[in-house]
Each structure stands twice: as C-alpha cells, then as structure tokens.
Write a protein that binds this ligand. Structure first.
Ligand code: AMP
Ligand code: MG
Length: 394
C-alpha cells in the first residue's frame, strides 16, 4: 500500500470528535479548539495612535507656526473633541480625539514656549490605527480543530474571552516489545540492547500536547501480549506499539490484536518503515510501528501523527515541504518511497547523513529533516527533491 493510501484509510475510520471541555484561556495553548470563534466587537475597538506624538486636524494646521497644545491624551483616557487650530499631546494606543485626522510623531515636533511647531508635511490618516483593523465585529477568526498557539491565546484574550471550549485530551498508551530490550538503569547481558523507542515515542506524543500512559515492554510471548494489550485497551484511546509486527516467529502483536479486535497489517511502500499494523479493539485504536528506531520514528511522523491529531479533534495540517537541490547522488531506485535523513547545507542544498540504516537513531539526531526520494528514482546532483523539516512534521 502507498503511504498516501494508508493515511487516507486510517483517517476515514475516525468517527466523531472527542467530547469537549471548558478551559481558561491561559491553559488552552497546545489544545485543539472545539468551537468556532468570532469577535463580538471591532478590534481594536477605537481609532488610536500608533506613536507618541500630537493629534492634529490637517485642514487647520500651518507648518512652522506655533500651535497651542489644548489637551493631553494618555492611553486609557477618554478625550474630548480637538479644539479648532490646536493640537493634543497623545500617546501610543490612546483614543484619537474627534475632529483630528492625523498624528505627528514627537520626533517631528519642536516645542517652543510650551507650544508645538510642526516642521514636516502631514498626511491625513498618518499614524492612526483604525478601529477594526485587526478583527471586524462578528468576524470568524478561528475554526474548530485549530491547534492553539501562544499567539492564538493572545488573540482570544484580545477579544475578551476568558474560557474556551477545547477537545478533551486523548490518552495514548505506548508499548515497546522484545525480549532483547532492557530499560535504562538495568545491566545489559550478551545480546541485549536498551529500549530506546518507548521513551522516544512517549516524548513525541507529549510534544503534541496529549496525555500518555507508559505501558512498558511486551515480552515475545503471545499470551502475555494478549493480556497486556487487552488491559491497555480499557484504559486508553489509542495503543501504540513498536516492534513485533513483522511476520517472524517472535512477532506476536498482530495475532494478539486479531484475537481481541481487528487488524490490518500492511507492507507500506516506504523506506524506512515497511511493516505497519492498524486496527481497533472496540473503540481503542491500535497502531503497530516497526521496531527499528528510525522506522518507528518515521512511521510515527508520517502515519501515527496525522491519525492522532484527527482523533484528538484537530485539523490535520498538510506537510509543509521545501523543494531544494540535492548535493548528493542516489543511484538505488526503489519501488518504495524513501525518506532519507539529512539537512540543508550552507549552500542551501540537500545533504544526507552518511549512514541511512534504519537502526541508526543518530541519523535522526544529527539531521534536521527528511528528504523524499520518489519511487523508482535515481538522483543526480542538482536534482530538486522534497524536504520535510523535522519542525514541520513533529
Ligand atoms: P522487531 O520488529 O521486533 O523484529 O524489531 C526490529 C529491530 O528493532 C530489532 O533489531 C530490535 O531489536 C529493534 N527494536 C525493537 N524495538 C526496539 C526498541 N524499543 N528500542 C530499540 N530497538 C528496538
Ligand atoms: Mg521484536
């Protein structure tokens, strides 16, 4: 199955959004908005000064002539109408007085005997921020499903919102699997390695702002695997596993999920990341990633992440990619779409990490993005390739 078809398939299995809850805006960052927001006033709600300076009526001002300063308007005050042939001292953010149509910045004004002298041509409208220039009254500014950023939180505050409806956080359980795996702090015996995937995947989920449940490491044993996955399916919305989804004698996860629910195991046409399992145990989704750390990372980024975002009530963002010239040659055309680990070099060209083996986790740590090699394609230096900065897919 192609990557695009796999993504389409898993996304269309998602039914309704999660329930929503009310949170104060200061706790809404990194949450998925569960309502449509519109402004109940113009923002800003009044014309105001963009600078510290002097408010004038351009029809009544003569340059190089001393003019009376008739009032002082700090931000937050309510000015009276500008008296004819006078000017008003005004500060950034303060209301523009009636009958004035421009602000002169203080750097362009001379003060002589307590009066203002304007020395530079004044254009009507200058340095005035118009009412509603940020948002218009009743304007819809955010749709449901938006992942709220820090600036979004500020925007909500600027229209006076105190609370927001957001989708309840999903809970995602993560298992690793394999008798060869030891946990950090334990002593390694011959043939054993540390379990790097589980802390990595837990961290990837936390970065999405979702709750995780560390379910531990599954032994390579069918009955134990069934028992532990059944237990997890009562506790979480999504179960993620890594390893044990090939079709080897020590791979029991597919059989376990089949016993408890339903599962599809696909050979996805991507490298790294061929075997990928997807299914449901009741309403709990199951996603089985490959065991090799790079394959787990790549399938998480390309398959699990969009599913998790949509399931959490979010709008799945399109992958933002760059199209850049390659600084390397690739003469191994493949039936699978390949995602090489690399970065943009000083000349703005794509460069790959020297070791592209899917066990080499440092190929991710020492890279900054994925470089896509389309199927059945060789690459010569200078060919343009698609680059996915890690910051855009995670
Ligand atoms: P598997 O799909 O279970 O056959 O695993 C494929 C490869 O990935 C094997 O070399 C495993 O030792 C390795 N592997 C599986 N799970 C992990 C993990 N959690 N951390 C590090 N390596 C792993
Ligand atoms: Mg294994």
């Amino acid at each position: 199955m192609t990557l695009d078809d796999a993504i389409k398939f898993i996304l269309q299995t998602i039914g309704s959004n999660p329930e929503s809850e009310t949170v104060p805006i200061e706790k809404s960052s990194r949450r998925f908005l569960a309502e449509r927001l519109s402004s109940n006033d113009d923002i800003p709600p009044f014309d105001n000064s963009q600078v510290d300076g002097y408010a004038v009526n351009t029809n009544h001002i003569q340059l190089n002539t001393p003019i009376t300063i008739s009032q002082r308007i700090p931000a937050g005050s309510n000015p009276y109408e500008l008296e004819k042939s006078t000017t008003a001292r005004i500060f950034t953010g303060a209301v523009i007085p009636k009958s004035s149509d421009a602000i002169v910045m203080q750097e362009d004004v001379k003060i002589e005997n307590g009066q203002a002298v304007f020395v530079k041509k004044i254009l009507p409208g200058q340095f005035i921020r118009k009412r509603g220039c940020d948002l218009k009254k009743n304007q819809i500014f955010f749709e449901s499903g938006r992942l709220l950023s820090a600036a979004d939180v500020g925007m909500c505050a600027s229209v006076g919102l105190k609370n927001l409806q957001v989708f309840k956080k999903l809970k995602i359980g993560v298992f690793s699997s394999g008798d060869e795996l030891k946990q950090p702090g334990e002593k390694l015996n011959a043939g054993e390695i540390y379990d790097s995937n589980r802390p990595m995947i837990l961290s990837l989920i936390k970065a999405l702002g979702l709750d995780t449940l560390d379910m531990g490491c599954l032994p390579d044993d069918l009955n134990q695997t069934i028992k532990q996955i059944a237990n997890a399916s009562d506790k979480v919305d999504i179960i993620l596993t890594c390893g044990g989804v090939s079709v080897g004698e020590e791979d029991h996860i597919k059989a376990a999920v089949e016993t408890l629910g339903s599962i599809n195991l696909w050979r996805i046409k991507i490298k790294p990341g061929k075997p990928f399992a997807f299914g449901y145990i009741g309403k709990t989704a199951f996603m089985g990633m490959p065991g090799n750390p790079v394959s787990a990372w790549v399938t998480f980024a390309l398959l699990c992440r969009p599913y998790i975002i949509k399931r959490a009530g979010g709008n799945v963002p399109g992958n933002i990619t760059l199209f850049l010239e390659s600084n390397f040659e690739w003469s191994k055309p493949n039936d699978r779409q390949e995602f090489l680990r690399g970065k943009i070099n000083e000349d703005g060209k794509l460069e790959i990490f020297k070791n592209q083996n899917s066990q080499i986790l440092s190929s991710i740590c020492f890279s900054e993005g994925l470089i896509e090699i389309p199927t059945k394609t060789s690459v010569s230096k200078g060919d343009k390739l698609r680059y996915y900065p890690f910051s855009m897919i995670l």
